[in-house]
Write a protein that binds this ligand. Sequence first.
Ligand SMILES: [Mn+2]
Length: 333
Amino acid sequence: MASHDPPAAVRALLARGRTAAIVSHINPDGDAVGSLLGLGHMLQQAGLQVTLALADPVPENLLFLPAADTIVRRVATRPDILIAVDSGARERLGDAVPAEWPIDLNIDHHKANTLYGRLNVVVPDAPSTTTVLAEHAAAWGLTITPPAAQALLTGLLTDTLGLRTAAVKPATLRLVARLMELGAPLSTIYYEALVARSFAEIRYLGRGKARAQMTGRVIWSYLTRRDRAETGFTVPDDAGLVNALLNAREADLAVVFVETDQPQLVKVSWRAKEGWDVSELARAFGGGGHAAAAGARVPGELAAVQQRVLAATMHFHRTHQVPQPLPADTPNP
Ligand SMILES: [Mn+2]
């Protein structure tokens, strides 16, 4: 739902306090961290004392941003002004902030935002929350400093996968130019946030790519604990493999299976090209997500989970329906 409280109301709110805290969603991405830091730099410049909090750690590819190391896990003291950015629902804030503190201002671009703020600035067409911030900064009485510009451009580049989603319009590119003029180093941000990988990650990802198989128009692969031990990559995730697989011209859907560090538990990720919705499949296996990107954690040995999930995915690809009942041994969501 779109909602747009007037700039004067936001301005009045910001003028009302001396301290502010900004929070964003669990499993933070570039737009969450970019919005947090971008607005944080601007409020600080306006003379407010600012706390930034995320329930989960800042991902490695975003640690290059100025002040990323000042983000704490929890807001300890109640601030005069509490702001949430890039979070479609209050629950998505995790325990970055006590549940009973009201959110004064909710700034976001998710279509399904639940408007949980006292004031809400939700712009569903915006390609990122940082875009909403950049476009309102002047009307809210805020100045985009160079570190703010860098953080804001980071959110825009990451949420648009490097300016290549359908949300990117001519006005988006004009904003990129303006943020560059304000001091954001485009090539550095592009490399650090979207391109750079560790050597271990490149080798780990390579194993997954080398094993890719096509079953009909579904491309799939897997990664094991042993792959991590032998390449030195320590994070039990797919290192972006599922996105890389969906680049195959021949594929409509991609699935990746990752053995987690817990025995008998496999992380499954689906990606889909335009026109498909894999969120229902993920939900059938106890997970969730969006039409184009979804995931689940499925109990069982790798081979058995692969067999069940691939059978359901192939059925879904043929019929656009999740099979009923699901193949045996699938836990109830
Ligand atoms: Mn976002």
